[in-house]
Design a protein around this ligand. Structure first.
Ligand code: WT7
Length: 652
């Protein structure tokens, strides 16, 4: 972000106090903050009572083995029963759980009673395939109901799932399967995308040729396209799940039983398997979903546009919302198929009341035409949410006006894969938010902005975002790597969790999250590591060295810009650049494709050999270069700039 943009941001003084009518009916009242301050553990204990426990806990929080937390110690519950069966038992079996909107426009409504049958069948089928509590199951599926059923079935039998975004490559899938040593992979023949079909099973075939742990691949028939079949390993979902018994007696698991592993990018080339457990995670996702979205389960129609491949899909499509017995829309397709107002058509069609999406989508809609949504009846909407990256005030204002009819409160929710649930956000009906600020930590959560020494900054100053107290949905570690967990999050300052984000406190002590301060990029709300893209580039035979930076991008927040030194007599050219972009897509997935690749003769390095990304970012953002005196060879930057003037651009 440029200094000008930053200072404009921090002089934002518009506030949007709650509408009195909304305030009156709001789920939370202002005294909730004070209540949580009196006793944080008592507060979370009260929220845990929202769930159905088979056995109560003896201890709310055990932090004696910090930074490894244990919440609700001694308690036992079944997460899937909490998300499905107990609503049916409460007489809500006929309530719609999922409104599935296919890309084709077909709609399928699934009640809680029906969902219960589906989950039980899938649980029985997985058990039949030899999956027992503790075994890991990889899920590589598009946004179809079976994806949610598969996750809940795993939860029901205590088999931690590892969902891999269906846009990731075979190679990314393979490494995640191997890290978690998954026994079963659940996938589909293919998926619908922009009016045609894309294969999925083929990527699984490629991945599982190098995954010794995988015994079975369970395949949903979605597109009907041909697939290659290994009769020893592959089974159809319709043959083993749809024919299984819908009777399944669920067993309760300890509160700390692993619920899922979800891989996310860090500062090294290897993604981290973020581990989440059951009781604390479900408590915080359920409570935040109820409080932050002001959920009225009996009347709201909720729609979170994320994919189940990301943590937002885990916490705010599957676990939080279903624990609360919500009716929600899930959508299979892209926002521009068959036309650029598809989302608004869906809001109108299903009378969506609560919408949760990402700033990058909001900016894209603004670009497509700020008046496009005007042709649709969006009057059902009563609250809007934002997540994944900082939302610029301009996008916030349009979201409020163009989508929310100037009446819907907006909740800008800050959290991470690691936090498991929302941490910093306005509370609707209570907070008067400023456009662009996530405002203050939720009740029961402590966050601060600290300086280089770990001391909290005074209002009006910037620093690093940290979390000072354990929270129920916090990660319990990195799968298979205790030390990396400690080193990554708990070593910068003693006893505080370092989130990796820079932030500023305004004069009223509201938090403005500014973005990552580590080597992690945020592209369209997705976290991608610079090192991972660099490794993908250097695995191409023509590449000798690569440096990747995230450059400011009006639409996607950041765009990936790569600086590449070629090997030997490779000369570059448009064709090679296209090939390299394709190579990154093949290694990681299309979301990691660099926006721009610049072929350079040298990279700017310090005397100790460290690449100075700051200078590359200056080049990528077309700014004047900062201080170059610490470079081993200050003339390198001239070489780079000259080379760029001659090199062909690539902004496809
Ligand atoms: C990173 C976490 C949280 C689910 C989606 C992303 C950035 C997230 C906000 C926000 C500013 C935000 C941060 C964070 N981020 N929400 N409201 N304002 N930045 O999950 O992939 O784990 O990424 O996304 O940089 O560290 P994730």
């Amino acid at each position: 972000m440029s200094d000008d943009a930053l200072s404009n941001l921090l002089h934002e003084d518009r506030t949007f106090p709650p509408d009195p009518a909304f305030e009156k009916r709001a789920n939370v009242k202002p005294d909730v903050y004070e209540e949580a301050t009196i006793s944080r553990t008592a507060f979370w204990e009260e929220q845990a009572r929202r769930l159905a426990w088979d056995t109560g806990w003896d201890q709310v929080l055990d932090w004696s083995d910090a930074p490894f937390a244990r919440w609700f110690v001694g308690g036992r519950l079944n997460v899937a029963v909490n998300c499905v069966d107990r609503h049916v038992a409460a007489g809500l079996g006929n309530r719609t759980a999922l409104i599935f909107e296919a890309e084709s426009g077909d709609t399928q409504e699934i009640t809680y009673a029906h969902l219960q049958d589906m989950v039980c069948q899938a649980a029985n089928a997985l058990t039949g395939l030899g999956v027992v509590a503790g075994d890991r199951v990889a899920i590589y599926l598009p946004m179809i109901p079976q994806a949610i059923v598969a996750m809940l079935a795993c939860a029901r039998i205590g088999a931690p799932h590892s969902v891999v975004f269906a846009g990731f490559s075979a190679e990314a899938l393979r490494s995640r399967i191997n890290d978690a040593e998954a026994k079963v992979v659940i996938t589909a023949d293919g998926q619908f995308r922009r009016g045609s079909t894309l294969p999925l099973k083929a990527a699984v075939d490629e991945a599982v040729s190098h995954t010794p742990s995988v015994e079975t691949v369970l395949v949903v028939r979605r597109t009907g396209d041909d697939v290659t079949w290994d009769p020893e390993r592959d089974v159809w979902w319709h043959e083993v799940v749809d024919t299984a018994s819908p009777e399944h007696e669920a067993q309760a698991f300890p509160a700390e039983h692993p619920l899922f592993i979800l891989y996310t990018s860090g500062t090294t080339g290897t993604p981290k398997g973020i581990l989440h457990t059951s009781g604390g995670y479900l408590t915080q996702t359920a409570w935040t979903h109820w409080a932050v979205f002001d959920l009225k389960a009996e009347s709201d129609v909720y729609w979170c546009t994320a994919d189940i491949g990301w943590v937002t899909g885990h916490s705010y499509i599957v676990y939080g919302p279903l624990a609360n017995g919500v009716t929600q829309v899930i959508y299979e397709g892209t926002p521009d198929t068959p036309h650029k107002a598809r989302w608004w058509e869906i809001v109108q069609k299903h009378r969506v009341t609560l919408l949760y999406t990402a700033p990058t989508a909001i900016r894209t809609f603004m670009k497509w035409g700020e008046r496009l949504p005007d042709d649709y009846d969006l009057s059902s909407l009563r609250l809007l949410g934002s997540v994944g990256e900082p939302i610029n005030p301009e996008a916030w204002m349009w979201y409020r006006r163009g989508i929310g009819g100037d009446t819907c409160p907006i909740v800008d929710t800050w959290w991470q894969t690691e936090t498991g649930a929302i941490m910093i956000s306005p509370l609707p009906g209570v907070t008067a938010p400023k456009p662009g600020s996530a405002m203050t930590p939720l009740p029961g959560i402590s966050a601060a902005v600290v300086d280089d020494h770990g001391a909290p900054v005074a209002p009006g100053n910037g620093g690093y975002l940290v979390l000072q107290q354990p929270w129920p949905a916090m990660l319990r570690g990195i799968w298979g790597n205790k030390q990396r967990y400690i080193d990554t999050y708990w070593s910068r300052w003693p006893d505080v969790y370092f989130a990796g984000d820079g932030a500023k406190l305004d004069e009223d002590s509201n938090i403005w999250v500014l973005g990552r301060v580590d080597d992690v990029m945020n592209v369209s709300g997705h976290r991608i590591s610079t090192t991972e893209v660099e490794s993908a580039l250097v695995s191409h035979p023509a590449v000798a060295e690569a440096a990747v930076v995230g450059a400011a991008d009006d639409m996607t927040g950041q765009g990936i810009v790569a600086f590449v030194i070629l090997r030997g007599d490779n000369t570059g050219g448009e064709e090679l650049i296209t090939e390299l972009r394709g190579h990154v897509a093949h290694e990681i997935g299309p979301i990691a494709k660099p926006r721009q690749i610049m072929i350079v003769p040298e990279l700017p390095k310090t005397r100790s050999g460290k690449i100075m990304r700051r200078l590359l970012r200056d080049v990528a953002e077309q700014r004047d270069l900062g201080d170059v005196t610490t470079l081993a060879d200050p003339t390198v930057m001239n070489l780079i700039s000259q080379g760029l003037a001659a090199a062909p651009g690539d902004d496809a």
